[in-house]
Design a binder for this molecule. Sequence first.
Ligand SMILES: *Cc1c(COP(=O)(O)O)cnc(C)c1O
Length: 420
Amino acid sequence: MNAHVRFSTEEQRKMLDAELAGRFPDARGRFGPYGGRYVPETLIPALERLEAGMREHLYREDFQRELGSQLRDWVGRPTALSHAPRLSAAWGADIWFKREDLAHTGAHKINNAVGQALLAQRLGARRIVAETGAGQHGVATAAACARLGLPCVVYMGAIDMERQAPNVGRMRLLGAEVVPVTGGDQTLRAAIDEALRDWVADPMGTFYLLGSAVGPHPYPYLVRELQSIIGREARTQFIEQSDRLPDAVFACVGGGSNSIGMFHAFVPDRSVEIIGIEAGGRGVTLGENAASLSYGWPGVLQGCYSLLLQDENGQIHETDSISAGLDYPGVGPEHALLMAAGRVRYESATDSEALAALIECSRLEGILPALETAHALYGAKRWAEKNKGKRAVICMSGRGDKDMPTLQRTLLSGNPGVTS
Ligand SMILES: *Cc1c(COP(=O)(O)O)cnc(C)c1O
């Protein structure tokens, strides 16, 4: 566990009991020590309105019925649970995939995008704003808005727009307006600031559709509720096919949405090991990775108290990962809580470990996973070495087609350990 945060056994037991009893997030939006709502005064009424609207609509039967039919008929749920026979033979443990790569637009992000877009409609919003870094959340949001007939504006850092040109094209084809952000660091952080500014200007008519289990309360909770269908389906499917629970579940952790979605249903199953894999990048030094839970310190980022990659003066530090979707200096507060409570273990996989796992999975299973997902695959491979014959389910968060430019660049440059 992260050496910068230590809790006594008694504190850990209390945190886990509260999590299991559903007492988090509490009235202040906190998951134990983490979470909350650290935002300028001007944003508080908008967040309060969102929270009240969410509580009113999210669990209503008509909302759940509409969400359920969009997930079934348009997203393609339930996604398959696939056994991976050749990878199992190679690694020595029984490996299964929860196939979010088969969801519409190629990743889990659509579960959240369509859920929040439907909620926006219920709350009477006339337009959606979103931010995007690598562009995947922007594409999912643009698709959901097109489906529901909602105008959509996506803020994107000017540098990211250049790096992720195909996704900019996709968003525009889907009818979204993509606005370049030239201020600040010209990447995701500046784009988030711009989206928030837009939202504050008209908090009634505009809905801010946030892409991961991060940000101020109630977003970490809302995103978890919309993504936890992943783990609920996987748990039921595994029991149906194997007559028992898996021994371990794995997911990659960026902001933490596919992982909290995968993990949440398994948290009460004490026999199931839960393991999140962060981006280990090129090394363990600050700036060389994006592993906030493994190496970060507590602090506030984008309205939320959690673990962050920051220097000794509290300045958010640059991160590095081969996978754009994991390249973020913070992480959702519920993960920080689950680590503090000792229920979930967080490890990391380096760029080259993830690449090697990606190639192995492609060749042995006929599935090209996203670079993000490949981190979870490597984590499962490492676990399998010490757990021969046991059963693991990995959240296949997305497909790797989007990563072809990076893969071609990396493989052509002859990255050692990858080309064999
Ligand atoms: C965005 C993305 C991630 C990382 O985001 P989380 O919120 O941590 O899930 C992981 N995998 C894929 C395929 C993604 O597109």
